[in-house]
Ligand binder design. Structure first.
Ligand code: NAD
Length: 264
């Protein structure tokens, strides 16, 4: 362990289990000395998150459903009371009705479009605003996005549209809070086998396709995403804000499948 995050406190939102991207980032931050608080959505996820939080020495575990703004406010009230201030925040929250994560984007319903945007995009703005209010000495905030925001990924549909809006939010929020020395960035992760990831139809096919066609010829690990989380949330990235940083084995730079892959 190195102490790069020693003396820093932050909130992790989006751990569902030990496969969650938020957990990969949390574990890395804790390994480097950070003090963590966690939120969980609903009792079932709470039961899975509790032992994980305890394993990194955290006893601040708070319920939060971003569709219920009172529960979001309660989280930040508690943090203010317990800690006074925070230094960083991880937003790793996304949801869309999986029956619409297949087929045509054009078939997205109005209800699911709205719900997907509120949970997967607007919650980041609401949370950043509340986090910034308890970052008197500046801070760093990250969210998680996916390349389906700028290029069409089959079945990703409305989530791609929400991620495009999320990435744009990152840029606007970076300007809103830049003068307070609060940095706002996104990690664009390659496909990872998680609960949310498996909600997208043909997820396994997409996972294997990216594995074969990314420059590094593999997908990415939670530890690798965690490492980039550590960089973006620590002073190492002090001059970086408003960025979407890919951690995808380089897949995003490709314009066609690898030639060796086409020849087999
Ligand atoms: P996950 O299922 O482990 O995490 C998703 C989290 O979102 C869960 O903890 C869930 O409780 C939370 N959530 C959903 N609706 C919520 C609500 N109303 N209120 C509060 N929390 C809510 O899956 P994950 O893949 O680790 O997802 C984390 C983030 O990473 C998401 O934004 C996802 O879109 C993004 N992402 C995932 C991949 C991937 O391939 N898995 C790739 C790139 C980006």
């Amino acid at each position: 362990m190195t102490g790069i995050m020693k003396g820093k406190r932050g909130l992790i939102m989006g751990v569902a289990n030990n496969h969650s991207i938020a957990w990969g980032i949390a574990k890395t931050l804790a390994d480097h000395g950070a003090e963590l608080a966690f939120t969980y959505q609903g009792e079932a996820f709470g039961r899975r998150t509790k032992p994980l939080a305890e394993s990194v020495g955290s006893n601040l575990l708070l319920p939060c459903d971003v569709e219920d703004i009172d529960s979001v406010d309660a989280v930040f009230d508690t943090l203010k009371k317990e800690w006074g201030s925070i230094d960083f925040l991880v937003h790793a929250i996304g949801f869309s009705d999986k029956t619409e994560l297949r087929g045509k984007y054009a078939d997205t319903s109005r209800d699911n479009f709205t719900r997907t945007m509120v949970i997967s995009c607007f919650s980041f703005t609401e949370i950043t605003k509340r986090a910034a209010a308890i970052m008197p000495d500046g801070g760093s905030i990250i969210t998680l996005t996916y390349g389906g925001s700028t290029k069409v990924m089959p079945n990703y549909n409305v989530m791609g549209v929400a991620k495009a809006a999320l990435e744009s939010s990152v840029r606007y929020l970076a300007v809103d809070y830049g003068s307070q020395n609060i940095r706002v960035n996104a990690i664009s992760a390659g496909p990872v086998r998680t609960l949310a990831g498996s909600g997208v139809s043909d997820a396994r096919l997409m996972y294997n396709y990216q594995k074969r066609n990314a420059p590094l010829c593999r997908t990415v690990s939670l530890e690798e995403i965690g490492g980039t989380g550590l960089y973006l949330l620590s002073n190492l990235s002090g001059g970086v804000t408003g960025e979407v940083h890919f951690v995808d084995s380089g897949y995003n730079i490709m314009s066609m499948p690898r030639l060796d892959e086409l020849k087999v």
